[in-house]
Design a protein around this ligand. Structure first.
Ligand SMILES: Cc1ncc(COP(=O)(O)O)c(C=O)c1O
Length: 385
């Protein structure tokens, strides 16, 4: 059911990811797989009908998302809580501007880089909470959050599940955050774009995804089916807010401050949330196999690499400091492999990369082999032959 794109198809379908000739891309978060057939059919049908006008205010995305949340997470969220927006990142910016007080914003690090940028473009200060790279535990440091709130921050950006750490926060961890948010009257903006991508359990303990909004009704959920269903350019994301007064504030934002969403994004997103469960189940199985393969390849070719337990997403976070190369992503590029540099996710953090494993087994092997060659030559960048 999951169809691998050939190199030529992937270059045409994912032009940003595949922009460099003769390079195997494992950087930006797009998958080298064809999208689900119901999405293709719905988009083709919409284009044939000429459905290219502005999308209506009351669209079907909210109801489709509610159905998905009930089926997958046993969570009852009203359809009318969803407010369409262009993308998750622009939705975060809108939530910061419209629903959050001015002032510092807590951002756990490493983080998806646009988190920091969204805070900065709204004229706010980032208060980083850095994970100790030595620590095995990727949970949120609630003591540090408490200190940041005590010093005056009233907003926190949560990534649930976490990109790039692959961590699925436990219910207890999120409940701890919710208790702090209540104590300090702070607002949590929770990006849950990766929520459908929780992989098979790694050990005895199953990590299930908990919607943060189910524990903290003042939070702002920002999500989109675009990541799990591999259609980031369709632009049909949503903010989910439970308080009607908050929704009214979002609706009242002037048009230049809003993020125009796309009628085709609404069509694709509605079908994704509603009609693609079988495809998603096959995808999660496939990504779980890719995770196993990556672990085997690393054990064989890069035994000193430390991969964080990848509980969710297809983005593996690798600690390669044992190889003594500051920028392994730059070194790998000289060997025909493009990875995402760790310092993009946490400025100053050397020796880390984020590796996108959502590709074919053959390409994944080429990625690990390129990285091995780069680290073996000490990052000297021996030109490719
Ligand atoms: C955590 C996270 N949020 C948001 C996005 C991007 O969302 P959008 O393209 O809708 O802005 C990504 C993309 O990889 C992501 O990993």
């Amino acid at each position: 059911m999951i169809r691998d794109l050939t190199d030529a198809e992937a270059r045409a379908a994912l032009p940003l990811k595949w922009e460099l000739p003769d390079v195997v891309p494992a950087w930006v978060a797009e998958m080298d797989y064809a999208q689900a057939e119901p999405i293709t059919e719905a988009l083709v049908d919409a284009v044939r009908r000429g459905a290219l006008g502005y999308p209506p205010h009351g669209d079907d995305l909210g109801a489709a998302f509610s159905g998905f949340a009930a089926r997958h997470w046993g969570w009852d969220v009203p359809a009318e809580a969803s407010v369409a927006t262009g993308g998750v990142v622009s939705g975060i910016r809108l939530a910061l501007e419209v629903l959050c007080p001015p002032g510092p914003v807590v951002v756990p690090m490493p983080c998806y880089p646009p988190f920091r940028h969204a805070v900065e473009v709204t004229g706010r200060e980032v208060v980083p909470i850095e994970l100790d790279p030595e620590s095995d535990d990727a949970s949120l440091d609630l003591c540090a959050v408490s200190r940041a709130f005590a010093r005056g921050a009233r907003t926190l950006l949560l990534c649930n599940p976490h990109n790039p750490l692959g961590h699925v926060p436990s219910r207890a961890e999120l409940a701890g955050l919710a208790a702090l948010a209540r104590e300090y009257d702070a607002r949590v903006i929770t990006d849950e774009i990766h929520a459908p991508l929780v992989l098979a359990p790694l050990g005895a303990e199953e990590r299930t995804f908990t919607p943060y909004l189910s524990l903290d009704d003042r939070a702002v959920l920002v999500t989109s089916p675009s990541k799990a269903f591999n259609m980031p350019a369709t632009h049909g994301a949503q903010l989910v807010v439970l308080d009607p007064a908050d929704r009214a504030r979002l609706a009242a934002a002037p048009i230049p401050a809003q993020n125009t969403w796309s009628s085709l994004g609404i069509v694709a997103g509605t079908v994704a949330w509603r009609d693609c469960d079988d495809w998603l189940a096959a995808l999660v199985e496939r990504l779980t196999q890719q995770r196993t393969l990556l672990a085997e390849l690393l054990a064989d070719r890069l035994p000193k690499a430390r991969m964080r337990p990848l509980e969710a997403t297809y983005l593996a976070w690798l600690d390669l400091r044992a190889y003594g190369v500051d920028d392994p992503a730059e070194a790998a590029l000289a060997h025909g492999v493009r990875l995402a540099p760790g310092q993009d996710y946490q400025p100053g953090l050397t020796g880390h990369v984020r590796l996108n494993l959502a590709t074919s087994p053959e390409r994944l092997e080429r990625v690990v082999e390129g990285l091995r060659a780069a680290l073996d030559d000490g990052g000297q960048g021996t030109p490719r032959g």
